[in-house]
Design a protein around this ligand. Structure first.
Ligand SMILES: Cc1ncc(COP(=O)(O)O)c(C=O)c1O
Length: 424
C-alpha cells in the first residue's frame, strides 16, 4: 500500500513529537572484557525479513519500538478472533495460557506471574507491595523513565522514604557507588534493565547481587528489555521484574506483566487484590472479617481481565520465539552496529549510547551542539522516519529504535537523510 497523503498527515498528527509522547563480579568482568557470546554473530538481514507482516505504509520507517511496538498480523488476528469468540459465547477465557506461555518465555514458574495494564501500573503495584517504613531509602538511576520514577517518588512522599540516584557511570563504578548506598542501609534497588534514554543495558545482575547482599529488595523495570534481549528475572536476581507487551514484544497495547520471586513473596502486601485474586475466600459479616487464601501471584490481579489482549500476547510470544530471542538480539545488535557506525561519522552528532559491547541494544540516542534536533525530528517525520526525542535527564537527544521489522535499507536512507540535514 502506498503512503497516501491523508494517512501521512494523520501519522504526523498522532505522533508525539517531543518527549514522551561489589566488588567487581565475575559477570561484570565478562562484560568489561567484551565477552560477546553467540548473540554477536552476524545474522544477515535476509534471515528474517518479516517486515511484510506489519501494517506500516510504504515509505514509512518506524524507528520507535522503545515507545510502542506495532504488532505483526498474527497478533492482530488473535486479538480480533478472541473479541469475536467472547461475544459469540459470553465466555471470558482465563489468563492461564498466557501465564504458562510467559512463564516458559521468561524461564519462571507460571504462578510467579501477574498481569497489569502497563509497566507503570506493574511498577506501582510493586512499589506499593513492599513492606517499607519511613526513613527507608530507594536507589534509582539518574536516567529513569517517569513510569518507574513517579510511582516510587509518590510513595516516597507519602511514606517519607528517601531517594538516592546513581549517576550513569561505567559499570564497575556504578556498582561501587551502589554498594556504598546499600552498605549504608538503602532498602530498595529500583532501576531499569535497559534505560529509555540511551538504550544502555545496565549491569542488573551485579546490582541485584549487591543489593541482596545487604538484604535490600530488588525491583527491575524491564519495559525496554523484554522482546529485544533474553530476559530471565530469576537469573538476574530480581525480587520483582516488571515489563510490558506493547514495546519490543510487539504484542497487544496496554498489557504489562509482573514477576514476583517466590523467595520473599510472603512478605509482600497484595495491594491490588480483588475479585480475581482469591481462589478461596471467606467473608464473615458478623465478625466483619474477610480472609482469602492465595499464595500465587494471582493475589495481585483484580477484577475481570482483558482476555483478548492475553490471546494477542500469547501470539506475540510465539512470534518472537518463531525467530528465537537470541537471533532477535543478534539482529538488533546488527542494526545497532549499522546505525552507530553511520552516526559516528557525522561530526555534528555525538552518540550517547554504548558504541560497543553487551550494553548495546536496538536504541541509539545522539545529541548535537550545532544541529536543532527538534527540527530534525519534525523534518525526519515528514520524510517518513518516526523517531523519539529524549527529554529525560535533560539530554535533549534524538532516539532511534530499531527492531526485527527494520530493514538495512531504511537505516541507510535515514543516515543519508540526517547527514544531509546536519550539513545544510
Ligand atoms: C524504562 C521505561 N520504564 C517504564 C516505561 C513505561 O512503560 P508503560 O507505558 O508500559 O507504562 C517506559 C516507557 O517508555 C520505559 O521506557
Amino acid at each position: 500500500m502506498d503512503l497516501k497523503r491523508r494517512d501521512f498527515l494523520s501519522l504526523l498528527k498522532n505522533a508525539a513529537l517531543v518527549g514522551a509522547s561489589a566488588p567487581v563480579l565475575p559477570w561484570l568482568m565478562g562484560r568489561a572484557q567484551g565477552s560477546q557470546g553467540p548473540e554477536f554473530a552476524q545474522v544477515g538481514t535476509s534471515a528474517f525479513d518479516r517486515s511484510g507482516e506489519f501494517a506500516f505504509p510504504a515509505g514509512y520507517s518506524y524507528f520507535n519500538y522503545g515507545g510502542l511496538g506495532p504488532s505483526p498480523e498474527s497478533v492482530r488476528n488473535s486479538i480480533q478472533s478472541a473479541v469475536h469468540d467472547i461475544d459469540a459465547s459470553g465466555n471470558l477465557p482465563s489468563e492461564e495460557p498466557l501465564r504458562a506461555r510467559m512463564g516458559r518465555f521468561l524461564s519462571v514458574p507460571p504462578e510467579t506471574l501477574a498481569f497489569a495494564q502497563n509497566t507503570t501500573q506493574s511498577l506501582m503495584i510493586a512499589a506499593r507491595s513492599l513492606p517499607l517504613q519511613a526513613g527507608d531509602t530507594i536507589v534509582m538511576t539518574a536516567h529513569e523513565h517517569a513510569g518507574n520514577a513517579v510511582p516510587w517518588l509518590e510513595l516516597a512522599a507519602e511514606k517519607k522514604l528517601g531517594v538516592r540516584t546513581l549517576a550513569m557511570d561505567e559499570d564497575d563504578l556504578l556498582c561501587e557507588k551502589a554498594e556504598a548506598l546499600f552498605k549504608a542501609g538503602a532498602r530498595v534497588l529500583a532501576i531499569p534493565h535497559v534505560t529509555c534514554t540511551t538504550g544502555r543495558v545496565l549491569p542488573v545482575e551485579a546490582l541485584c547481587q549487591i543489593a541482596k547482599k545487604y538484604g535490600a529488595w530488588t525491583v527491575i523495570d524491564g519495559a525496554q528489555a523484554a522482546g529485544q534481549l533474553p530476559v530471565s528475572p530469576r537469573a538476574i536476581g530480581a525480587d520483582i521484574y516488571c515489563g510490558c507487551f506493547h514495546k519490543w514484544m510487539l504484542g497487544p497495547k496496554t498489557l504489562g506483566f509482573i514477576y514476583f520471586s517466590d523467595v520473599r513473596a510472603a512478605e509482600l502486601i497484595p495491594v491490588s487484590a480483588g475479585a480475581h485474586s482469591p481462589v478461596l475466600w471467606d467473608l464473615k459479616p458478623a465478625q466483619g472479617s474477610l480472609s482469602f487464601t492465595e499464595t500465587t501471584a494471582r493475589r495481585f490481579s483484580s477484577g475481570t481481565q482483558p482476555a483478548p489482549l492475553y490471546a494477542g500476547a500469547v501470539t506475540a510470544i510465539d512470534w518472537i520465539d518463531s525467530i528465537g530471542i537470541e537471533k532477535v538480539r543478534a539482529r538488533v545488535l546488527e542494526l545497532n552496529g549499522l546505525l552507530n557506525a553511520g552516526l559516528s561519522k557525522i561530526p555534528e552528532f555525538t552518540v550517547l549510547s554504548p558504541l560497543s559491547g553487551y550494553a548495546r541494544t536496538g536504541m541509539v540516542s545522539f545529541r548535537s551542539d550545532t544541529v536543532n534536533l527538534t527540527t530534525l525530528q519534525v523534518r525526519a517525520l515528514q520524510a517518513g522516519f518516526r523517531t523519539r526525542f529524549v527529554a529525560e535527564a535533560g539530554l535533549g537527544a534524538l532516539r532511534v529504535s530499531l527492531h526485527v521489522p527494520t530493514r538495512d535499507a531504511e537505516v541507510t536512507r535515514f543516515l543519508e537523510f540526517v547527514t544531509t540535514f546536519a550539513s545544510s
